[in-house]
Design a protein around this ligand. Structure first.
Ligand SMILES: Cc1cc2nc3c(=O)[nH]c(=O)nc-3n(C[C@H](O)[C@H](O)[C@H](O)COP(=O)(O)OP(=O)(O)OC[C@H]3O[C@@H](n4cnc5c(N)ncnc54)[C@H](O)[C@@H]3O)c2cc1C
Length: 338
């Protein structure tokens, strides 16, 4: 049912007190087909919403239609001795999906444990953590084209996955509603333990022969110790992407700042830790009204209570400007601004 003046305060992890002029929760394709014929759909601007954990609403009133994705279902499509092909509805909670896979012994998503949000948004920015990205386990997805009303399948190439991006974040933004995502997971998985503090955490937990459950547990522990819980302190995780620069530029940065943090890529480029840049520019722990930079994680902007989206955004823009002036490097927001 289409609602008017619907509060989104429980639908965005910044905890912003935002209202949508029009709102509709979608549980299947028929809802979308019906919605396409509605006057509100035709006349108003619109956005697609999952768990709201990567969104920043600038104003306290969104003058348009918010389409919330709430379809459910996780099914095995096929399996053999080594792999299992799973299809998950876009409205399923990502953490619930990962836990279900880990408990079933299907490997591949354990490093992506506890990323907030829903399954449908995961391909949107090719979510990643601890050395694994969504594209590593992705098979295909099905999406509803809001322009034509047709269902379209996308394989990995069609999605053009990159670092925190895909066609759904660029050329097809707000056009395709992702309805389901298909994954290929492993029954005898190779664990990825090299990234971050996973090995150390497993040792701390007294685990010597880890399985996927142990890795998921280690990642959960690390995340809980490093990142603020949005239920307690509003945030959307990393506000900016880690900028990718040429190795030669990073070498120059290192000469001036020997403690600069970067991770070498394959193609003559280095991913610089945006958190390091922001911290070095003096922003860590800084607070302007109720908008702030987290005291332990400079990459995470937080809402201490009554900040507006615009206050958080203007703090982000000040940070962007100051990092540009100090290092000549442009920070690109990871968070989707509406
Ligand atoms: C504490 C915290 C930690 C985080 N850690 C990570 C991390 O480690 N790695 C990482 O990659 N991200 C991380 N994030 C960001 C976020 O969790 C992911 O981007 C997540 O996939 C967003 O899911 P969502 O359902 O909340 O999407 P939303 O915030 O609702 O939407 C995000 C974007 O996707 C679009 N969208 C949502 N659903 C659909 C759909 N079904 N079809 C088409 N478009 C859609 C929206 O229009 C919007 O542009 C973190 C966020 C928080 C708060």
């Amino acid at each position: 049912m289409l609602s008017r003046n619907f509060s989104l305060s429980k639908h965005n992890t910044f905890g912003l007190d935002v209202m949508a002029a029009y709102f509709m929760a979608i549980t299947d394709t028929r809802d979308l087909k019906k919605l396409r014929n509605d006057r509100i759909f035709i006349e108003e601007k619109r956005m697609i919403l999952g768990g709201g954990s990567n969104c920043l609403f600038l104003d306290d009133y969104y003058e348009g239609l918010v389409i919330l994705i709430e379809n459910k279902g996780i099914n095995i499509v096929s399996e053999d001795n080594d792999t299992v092909h799973i299809s998950a509805a876009a409205g399923e909670d990502w953490t619930f999906f990962v836990e279900k896979m880990v408990n079933a012994g299907y490997g591949g998503v354990e490093n992506l444990s506890r990323i907030p949000g829903k399954v449908g948004a995961a391909p949107m920015q090719n979510i990643g953590a601890y050395g694994v990205e969504l594209k590593d386990v992705f098979y295909s997805l099905q999406a509803f084209d809001l322009n034509t009303g047709e269902l379209v399948n996308f394989d990995c190439n069609d999605c053009e996955f990159g670092y925190r991006t895909s066609v759904f974040k660029t050329i097809y933004k707000d056009r395709f509603v992702i309805l389901s995502v298909d994954f290929v997971l492993q029954k005898n998985p190779l664990l990825k333990l090299e990234y971050g503090a996973i090995k150390q955490k497993l040792e701390d937990l007294g685990v010597h022969k880890p399985n996927i459950k142990d890795v998921s547990r280690a990642v959960t522990h690390i995340r809980e110790s490093k990142l603020p819980d949005p239920k307690i302190l509003g945030n959307a995780g990393s506000f900016f992407k880690n900028p990718v620069i040429h190795n030669l530029v990073f070498d120059d940065l290192k000469k001036e700042f020997p403690d600069a943090v970067g991770f070498s890529n394959n193609h003559n480029t280095t991913k610089v830790a945006a958190g390091w840049l922001i911290e070095k520019a003096g922003w860590k722990g800084c607070r302007k009204g109720d908008a702030g930079v987290h005291k332990n994680q400079a990459l995470v902007l937080v809402n201490y209570g009554k900040a507006t989206g615009r206050e958080i955004y203007s703090l982000a823009m000040e940070i962007q400007q100051s990092v540009k002036e100090k290092f000549g490097i442009l920070l690109e927001p990871e968070v989707n601004v509406f």
